[in-house]
Write a protein that binds this ligand. Structure first.
Ligand code: V47
Ligand code: SF4
Length: 378
C-alpha cells in the first residue's frame, strides 16, 4: 500500500485537488460530488487506474468473478421507443419481432437441463400481452422445473408497466413476483437519471424516481439487484456524477445492490447513430471513477458482450472485478446495436483464459457472489 501511495504522490502532474482525493481514497473516506466531477474533468488515466485498482484489490483482492448464465428475451417488441435502442420493434412493426410464449421459454430453459448453469437472465421489450400474470406463471413454471436455477429478471421498466396494468402497487407487485420465484433483478432500465436527458433518450418509460423506488421496495423484501448507467451519448459529466450519487444514496439506505454495471452507448442501427461513441480511454476512465465514487458497492462489472473481450480485460486494471458470464449467445441487445461480439458466447474455459491472461484469479460465482469455484485452488 505504501508503494501505491508513493507512486501517486510522486506524480509531477498532481494538482492539490487530486492530492486531496487520493488522500481520501487511501484513508477510506468518501469523495464528494464536486470531487467526482473533478475526476471526470481533470484526472488522467494512470492516476484513476492506480486509485481504482487500489480500491478494487482492497475489496476483492486479485479475484475476477464470472458466472454460468444464459438469457431469455421474451420479446423484442416494445411499446416504448428509446432512441438508443437498436433492438426493439414497435408494435406496428411486429412482423420483424419475436414474441415467445411461456411454453417456448420453458423449452429454452429445458435445453440447459443437465448443464451447470446457475442463472437465467430474463428481460426484453414491454408488451400488453406479457403482463403480471404472464411473468408470475413463467417464474413458477421455472421453479417447478428447476428450483435451484436463479431467476434474475425484469427491470423497473417492465415492473412499472405490468404493475400499472394489473392495478397493483409497486409493493404488492414486487411481493407477488417474489412469491412466484423471482430471485433478483438485473440492473437495466436505469439509463441516465437526469430528467432532461432521460426524457430525450428514453421518454415515456419509468422515471428515475420510479426506477429507484422499485429497487428500494425490492431490497426492503430482503432481495438483491444490480444497477447500470448508460453513458457516452448526450449526457454530461455532471449527469454521470448525479447518477452515481443517487445510486450511492440508495445503497447507503438498503445495501441491496450487488454490482454496478456501466453500459457504453453503442450507436449501430438506432435513432442516435449520429452520436459518436466514446473512446476506450473514456470507458476505462468511467470504470475507474465509478469504482472510486461508489465506495458502498462491492462489485463493478464490465459486460464483455457489450464492450468486447479486450476492453473487458483492460478494465480489470481500472476497478472492475466482474465480467458477467458465459451468456451462450442468448442475447441480441448489443449485437443489434453494433457491439464487437456478434455471437456473444464464451465457454467457462475461455472466460478463465481471458482472466488468467491478465494475471488475475478467476472465480466462478453464483448471482449473489457466493463462490462456486476458485480457480486458484486446485
Ligand atoms: O437498460 C440498450 C442498455 C440495458 C443499448 O444486471 C444499450 O447483470 C448500449 O441492463 N448501447 C439492458 N447499451 C441490459 C442490462 C444488463 C446487461 C447485462 C447484465 C446485467 C445485470 C444487466 O442495455 C438497457 C440499456 O441501458 N442498452 N441499447 C445501446 N445501443
Ligand atoms: Fe423498449 Fe427497453 Fe428498447 Fe426502451 S430499451 S425501447 S424499454 S426494449
Amino acid at each position: 500500500m505504501e508503494n501505491t501511495q508513493e507512486l501517486i504522490f510522486a506524480s509531477q502532474a498532481l494538482s492539490p485537488e487530486l492530492k486531496t482525493i487520493a488522500t481520501k481514497v487511501f484513508n477510506r473516506e468518501r469523495i464528494s460530488f464536486d470531487e467526482g466531477l473533478y475526476l471526470y474533468k481533470y484526472a488522467n488515466l494512470s492516476y484513476l487506474g492506480t486509485l481504482a485498482n487500489y480500491i478494487r484489490e482492497q475489496k476483492n483482492s486479485n479475484y475476477v468473478f464470472f458466472n454460468r448464465n444464459f438469457h431469455v428475451e421474451p420479446t423484442n417488441i416494445c411499446v416504448y421507443t428509446c432512441s438508443f435502442c437498436a433492438y426493439s420493434r414497435l408494435i406496428k412493426q411486429r412482423e420483424e419481432g419475436w414474441e415467445l410464449s411461456i411454453e417456448q421459454m420453458m423449452d429454452i430453459i429445458k435445453k440447459y437441463d443437465g448443464q451447470e448453469v446457475t442463472e437465467v437472465h430474463i428481460t426484453g421489450g414491454v408488451i400488453p400481452k406479457q403482463d403480471l400474470a404472464f411473468y408470475t406463471t413463467l417464474f413458477s413454471e421455472i421453479k417447478k422445473h428447476r428450483p435451484e436455477l436463479h431467476v434474475k429478471a425484469l427491470t423497473p421498466v417492465e415492473c412499472h408497466y405490468i404493475f400499472k396494468k394489473a392495478k397493483v402497487t409497486y409493493a404488492e407487485g414486487m411481493k407477488l413476483l417474489k412469491e412466484s420465484g423471482l430471485d433478483s433483478m438485473p440492473g437495466g432500465g436505469a439509463e441516465i437519471f437526469d430528467k432532461e436527458i432521460r426524457d430525450k433518450i428514453a421518454g415515456g418509460k419509468c422515471s428515475a424516481e420510479e426506477w429507484l423506488s422499485i429497487h428500494e421496495i425490492w431490497h426492503g423484501l430482503g432481495m438483491q439487484s444490480n444497477a447500470t448507467m448508460l453513458y457516452g451519448h448526450i449526457e454530461s459529466f455532471e449527469n454521470r456524477v448525479d447518477h452515481l450519487e443517487r445510486l450511492r444514496q440508495l445503497q447507503d439506505k438498503t445495501k441491496g445492490f450487488n454490482a454496478f454495471i456501466p453500459l457504453k452507448f453503442r450507436n449501430g442501427n438506432n435513432d442516435m447513430s449520429d452520436v459518436p461513441e466514446v473512446s476506450v480511454i473514456e470507458d476505462l476512465r468511467n470504470y475507474a471513477i465509478s469504482r472510486i465514487y461508489l465506495d458502498n458497492f462491492d462489485h463493478i462489472k464490465a459486460y464483455w458482450a457489450m464492450i468486447g473481450r479486450s476492453t473487458a480485460q483492460l478494465s480489470l486494471n481500472f476497478g472492475v472485478d466482474d465480467i458477467d458470464g458465459t451468456i451462450d449467445d442468448t442475447t441480441k441487445i448489443y449485437s443489434m446495436a453494433g457491439a464487437e461480439e456478434q455471437t456473444p458466447k464464451l465457454t467457462t474455459q475461455q472466460l478463465v483464459d481471458l482472466i488468467t491472461q491478465v494475471k488475475r484469479t478467476p472465480v466462478e460465482r453464483d448471482t449473489l457472489y457466493h463462490i462456486v469455484k476458485d480457480y486458484s485452488v486446485n
